[in-house]
Design a protein around this ligand. Structure first.
Ligand code: PLP
Length: 395
């Protein structure tokens, strides 16, 4: 058994990220001092209201939208649920992709039980969604198309603008799950051509349990959560003031990082990491084209398969060596299922099970990459040597 390394590196940013200190400081006054309810008319309420409306301006700048088109909510899952359930009715046709997050796929499954017709467009083997494949499945009854900006497992960036043009020409509504793309690529909801777009603070060094949904003016979206008149009746419930303030600060810092070279620095670290890991025998890249070159993707992510290994065993071995990463599999009621994303891309079950996602924080350093490149080859070699197949104990 390896001794746990005193150094720990967290390379699972696509699962969640820590607050940046500036975010924590921005939120601090709103827990105990400026704690008012933004709906109250007294001074305490007004302070909270002012903070919310300032945050709304920041989000509108980020989206390139009008402030009235920003709806604060509890995060990506709620945004995705609202976009679908708020627009689709029995008899409508809904188009999405086979590689969406479960926040989309499970909502689609429930809506299908209630009479919505759903088409799932598969990706190309590279993980890209072909806009022509979307165009082919559109019908006169297609009310909504939902495609993610960046895939959470592979980081692959979808040709959103092209898809937006096709959807608009067909007269349907367009939703983008931008949870993994936010803060990693420049944003412009007009250029994307979308009516709805969801983001989540905790994927961009903001707090958990808060996010925002862009709702283009005139979109006939029914709210999912009803009660008071908050958020122009689009989302009832007392506003999470510290959360919203934290989201706005996270967005402000992410916008800065898009312009000050931070993303290029992270991409260079990811490329060095990837090149180092690809030197291990029996390792390959998920999200590559026919020439084995990566397709467009976010700066911080690489997803690799490791032949002759069980991904889960490798995740545990790496955890013991001070490295947090995710496997290309999800645990459903105790059974390890290979990733639906990698399976849809055409990987066989073994490769999908033997895949790992490395996703770097915005604060990642060269020392982090050095640590990863030290522990992964050693863990892979150890596990392969232990594997019954290689030890000759199985036929
Ligand atoms: N959509 C994508 C692509 C995600 O990666 C996630 C989180 O993993 C979500 C939606 C859900 O976001 P949240 O955790 O804010 O509910």
């Amino acid at each position: 058994m390896p001794v746990a390394s005193p150094q720990r590196v967290y390379a699972d940013a696509n699962a969640t990220t820590p607050l940046l200190p500036e975010v924590f400081e921005a939120m601090r006054p709103f827990w105990m001092d400026s704690f008012g309810n933004a709906s109250s008319i007294h001074l305490d309420g007004q302070r909270a209201r002012k903070a919310i409306e300032q945050a709304r301006e920041t989000l509108a700048d980020f989206f390139h939208s009008h402030p009235a088109e920003v709806v604060f909510n509890s995060g990506g899952t709620e945004g995705d649920n609202t976009a679908l359930a708020g627009l689709l009715r029995p008899g409508d046709h809904f188009v999405t992709t086979a590689i969406e997050h479960s926040a989309i796929l499970e909502t689609a499954r429930r809506l299908a039980q209630r009479g919505v017709e759903v088409t799932y467009v598969p990706p190309l083997p590279s993980g890209l969604i072909d806009p022509a494949a979307i165009e082919r499945v559109l019908r006169p009854t297609t009310r909504l198309v939902s495609v993610m900006l960046a895939n959470n497992e592979t980081g692959v960036l979808q040709p959103i603008e092209e898809i937006g043009q096709i959807v608009r020409a067909a007269g349907a509504f367009f939703h983008i799950d931008a949870v993994q793309g936010a803060g990693k690529v420049p944003f412009d909801v007009r250029r994307f051509g979308c009516h709805l777009l969801s983001i989540s603070a905790h994927k961009m060094h903001g707090p958990k349990g808060v996010g925002a949904l862009f709702v283009r003016r005139g979109t006939p979206l029914e709210s999912l959560i009803v009660g008071g008149t908050h958020e122009r009746r689009r989302r009832a419930g007392t506003e999470n003031v510290p959360g919203v303030v934290g989201l706005a600060k996270a967005v402000e810092l992410a916008s800065r990082a898009l312009e000050d070279g931070t993303l290029e620095r992270i991409a260079a670290l990811r490329d060095r990491l990837e090149a180092g890991l690809l030197r291990i025998p029996g390792v390959g890249l998920n999200g590559a084209d026919e020439a084995h070159q990566p397709v467009p993707r976010v700066a911080n992510t690489t997803n690799l398969w490791f032949d002759d290994l069980e991904g889960e065993a490798l995740v545990i071995a790496l955890d013991l060596r001070g490295l947090a990463v995710s496997g290309g599999s999800a645990c459903h009621s105790g059974a390890t299922e290979p990733s639906h994303v990698l399976m849809a891309m055409g990987l066989d079950k073994n490769r999908a099970r033997a895949s790992l996602r490395f996703s770097l924080l915005r604060t990642a350093t060269d020392a982090d990459v050095d640590h990863i490149l030290r522990v992964v080859p050693e863990a892979v070699e150890r596990l392969r040597a232990l594997a019954p197949l290689n030890a000759g104990t199985l036929g």
